[in-house]
Design a protein around this ligand. Structure first.
Ligand code: ADP
Ligand code: MG
Length: 848
């Protein structure tokens, strides 16, 4: 039944809201009842009065109290977004995560009985916004980019900055920028002021720790009022483990869930793990142990089909056992400054359930439990499709118990209904970035006490609950930090600095960050942008920089796109950039395996590979099979290096090209040892980047057909130079080149290279196609990876003559050489771009 256009009781009581602008809302009964139970609805009046009387308001409330879904509705009902009111602009809500932006916009549209155009979302590469949009959910990166064109945010009547407690980099920047926006608006002349409508800022946090926003005099002149929403939180009993298990928290988690499911009364289980790979493993184990079979599945498939499917599955399984036995987590970089997918973006795995912890295959743990009922197991992480994510909100099927296995996206962004038991591994995966070495790595570490308490709190939403912490109270007390360190203190920020520069924020060093980052880090980001030609020597944004800033990808990649376009290589560069963004699609364990004896360090390359390496019971047959697979793996690698044997990045291009040429099948992936999910992601990203290029550069002719012709010899040469231009700050030189040592090498093993920034000693990674070749003098690398040595990954051989051209200012060479290009007419332009770099450079880079 519908609430016949009648305002609900709470809203009608407003003293502050002008009746004339009040917007009637139709909500169905169920929704209305559910929302009336939310603690925030009791505070509607206090919140709306505070908003009406203050430019900035802070709202604190437990996860699940209704902040994200209700505050936009309060504003909407009070006339915000209403074209005829005093506040006609859009109601904007920012989220650090894409998942939340999408699912929350859907939820609010549903609660308000409005269309997806009216309550819409905008995330990287995807949007439902339209001229009709009244409420818009977006990632904070999206709003940051909008700020570049509209610094006064004149489109908006209100901006809600959600999940501010997470202190994501973008949230921090946003809060800083918004404080400037308010200042600027205050400084406008009366006439100008009359032209734009007032803007309200609402900062929402799931914790009470907001002093960085209220006490920081640089930020807001007047400390904003803080409204605390007292959520009913039922007591949660915390159970610590007696001792803290070693690295293998998956088995520990598995055991705990089994115990809960077989022994404890009904109620949903929420498990916190660190990443997609772990989640897939645990989901699989749990589904095997407590199978839930969809009722009508059999009716849809004839018996014969079923059997066939089983046989195929079994065969596939066998191969996968071999393939994934030691497969390490694949690290990928989310290059968009727009979205915070960091701790979840670590592994673009093959289909979500492909990884299997082989050592548990013969374990009795895996025997199906007949007595306990079925467990309805759902994964939840940000790379999961939206459709799959929304399943966690639906009630589990009759007779089953819900078990959600999630990353910390379930910590505060999404409230899963009906959770009574929380199992917390205590860990979190975070991207770390070393300021001095430039080395970037994903690190699984203990979460903070504040986070652990948030996780525990998830069990007390609907009734008393239990939280099982898989670590001891001693570890919690001694090793957990009080709060999570704000992201700005852990992340590479050149993309953000470029965005800030393109918003004409020139003094990044004095920007009102809630907690200002290291000056070094900021200066270093500015330096990189100067090397890339995005900033001039005064730190001002250049023409090239502005063009680069329009691309929502890492600055070095946008530079590659721009130069690629000028050299007739755009489709190839789009493919390369997509592949580099998604991460290496090649299944890697054969490298590790083959070098087992000679490269001890590589064995430890990733803890996970060790963790998954329990292949004790391998029988001879399997060994033979592995041998065969390994051989064909190397054949494939060789095949893809055929395009150009001096660049790992061109090998990537080759596999992308071949994949599309063959029609993008899983069969191709299987026989080429690449992960289908990664290839699909690359395919998707290519389409998206192609769109972006089309949108940003209307005149440019972009190839929309995913099938490309292989590049010509000249194009290959140009491609390598474009790669060099994009990674110009990541050149390494073989030790001894400068002294003109006459030492000869048969392979690159143990050949020392020296990096440009830090003069660190680095080595070519065994997965590189250059590893077994004669060591080149100059290379550019995509990234450094630190184990006991520092390894270069994604290596491309560079001719020294290119360096003089592409990184003229970085080194001093005697004779600059022309950039090879297929179109000599376009040379002039490209030169301009290639030359935009200020001077810099340690002395040892001088070659004569
Ligand atoms: P907060 O932002 O304070 O953490 P939310 O507004 O996200 O709270 O959630 C309020 C309530 O709405 C929670 O109980 C949550 O489970 C419910 N909810 C949110 N999204 C959905 C959805 N898509 N389907 C069903 N319930 C939802
Ligand atoms: Mg919320």
């Amino acid at each position: 039944s519908i609430n016949d256009d009648k305002p609900n009781v709470m809203s009608s009581e407003y003293k502050v809201v002008k009746k004339a602008f009040y917007v009637p809302v139709k909500r169905n009964k169920e929704t209305q009842e559910a929302r009336m139970k939310l603690p925030i609805c009791g505070e509607e009046q206090a919140i709306m009065e505070a908003i009406s009387n203050n430019p900035v308001v802070i709202i604190c409330g437990e996860t699940g109290s209704g902040k994200t879904t209700q505050v936009p509705q309060f504003l909407y009902e009070a006339g915000y977004g209403n074209k005829d009111s005093d506040n006609p602009g859009i109601i904007g809500i920012t989220q650090p995560r894409r998942v939340a932006a999408v699912s929350m916009s859907k939820r609010v549209a549903q609660e308000l009985s409005l269309s997806e155009q009216e309550v819409s979302y905008q995330i990287r590469y995807d949007a439902t916004t339209s001229p009709k949009t009244i409420i818009k959910f977006m990632t904070d990166g999206v709003l940051l980019r909008e700020l570049a064109n509209d610094f006064l945010l004149s489109k908006y009547s209100s901006i809600i900055i959600d999940e501010a407690h997470e202190r994501s980099l973008n949230t921090d920047i946003l809060i800083g920028v918004v404080s400037r926006v308010l200042k600027l608006r205050a400084e406008l002349s009366e006439e100008e002021k009359s032209k734009i409508k007032p803007l309200k800022i609402i900062i929402m946090s799931a914790t009470l720790r907001v002093s960085d926003f209220t006490q920081n005099k640089n930020l807001f002149v007047m400390a904003p009022p803080v409204i605390n929403v007292n959520a009913r939180q039922f007591p949660v009993s915390i159970h610590f483990n007696k001792r803290t298990p070693d690295i293998d928290h998956i088995s520990e988690t598995f055991k705990k869930v089994c115990k809960i499911h077989t022994r404890l009364p009904h109620g949903g289980i929420l498990v916190f793990l660190t990443g997609q790979n772990e989640i897939s493993i645990l989901c699989r184990k749990l589904r095997r142990k407590f199978p839930y079979i969809k009722q009508n599945q059999d009716t849809y498939m004839s018996r014969q089909l079923l059997e066939e499917k089983e046989i195929i599955n079994e065969a596939v399984e066998k191969v996968r056992e071999c393939l994934t036995a030691k497969q390490a987590d694949i690290e990928t970089e989310d290059l968009d400054i727009g979205d915070k997918e960091v701790e979840e973006a670590e592994s673009f795995d093959t289909d979500s359930e492909d990884s299997e912890d082989i050592k548990d295959f013969d374990n009795d743990e895996m025997i199906v439990d007949q007595h306990a009922g079925p467990l309805y197991v759902l994964p939840l992480y940000s790379l999961l499709s939206t459709h799959a994510q929304l399943r966690v909100f639906e009630p589990p099927p009759e007779g089953t118990r819900l078990c959600v296995v999630a990353t910390n996206v379930a910590e505060t962004s999404l409230t899963i209904p009906g959770v009574k038991y929380v199992v917390d591994c205590g860990k979190v995966k975070e991207r770390q970035y070393d300021v001095t070495t430039g080395v970037q790595s994903y690190v699984v570490g203990w979460t903070s006490k504040a986070s652990a308490d948030q996780r525990a709190g998830r069990a007390g939403r609907t009734g008393p609950g239990h939280c099982y912490r898989l670590y001891s109270s001693a570890v919690f007390n001694d090793q957990f930090q009080q709060f999570t360190v704000p992201e700005i203190h852990r992340m590479p920020i050149e993309g953000v600095v470029l965005q800030m520069k393109s918003m004409n924020i020139d003094t990044v060093l004095n920007f009102p960050f809630p907690t200002p980052p290291d000056h070094d880090k900021l200066r270093k980001a500015e330096n990189l942008l100067q090397y890339l030609g995005a900033l001039n020597e005064n730190g001002r944004i250049t023409e090239l920089g502005r063009t680069m800033a329009t691309f929502p990808i890492a600055p070095r990649f946008s530079k590659m796109l721009i130069i690629g376009q000028q050299h007739g290589c755009l489709p190839y560069i789009i493919a390369i950039v997509s592949a580099l963004t998604v991460g290496d699609p090649f299944i890697k364990d054969f490298h590790l395996d083959n070098n087992r004896n000679s490269d001890e360090e590589e064995e430890n390359e990733d803890d996970r590979s060790n963790e998954l390496s329990g292949i004790h019971k391998e029988n001879i047959l399997q060994k033979e099979r592995r041998k065969l697979i390994r051989k064909s793996f190397y054949d494939v690698q060789k095949k893809h290096s055929g395009l150009d044997p001096t660049s790992d990045i061109l090998k990537l291009l080759s596999v992308v090209g071949a994949y599309e040429y063959e029609g993008g099948t899983d069969k191709f992936c299987e026989s080429n040892f690449v992960r289908p999910k990664a290839m699909q992601e690359i395919h998707k990203l290519r389409g998206q980047i192609t769109n972006i290029v089309q949108m940003n550069c209307p005149g440019v002719d972009v190839c929309v057909d995913p099938k490309m012709k292989p590049p010509s010899t000249i194009q290959i040469k140009a491609l390598k130079q474009i790669i060099t231009a994009g990674f110009i700050d990541q050149v390494a030189i073989r030790k001894g080149v400068i002294e003109k040592s006459s030492k000869t090498f048969s392979s690159t093993r143990n050949v020392e290279y020296c990096t440009m920034w830090t003069e660190d000693v680095v080595f070519i990674h065994p997965t590189s196609i250059l590893y077994h070749n004669k060591p080149p003098n100059f290379v550019v690398y995509q990234e450094l990876h630190k184990t006991s040595k520092v390894w270069m990954k994604g290596v491309t051989v560079v001719e020294s003559s290119w360096l003089s051209k592409l990184g003229k200012s970085l080194c001093t060479f005697s004779k600059p050489v022309e950039l090879t290009t297929s179109k000599s007419k376009k040379k002039k332009e490209s030169e301009k771009i290639a030359y935009v770099s200020p001077s810099f450079g340690p002395k040892n880079w001088e070659l004569s």
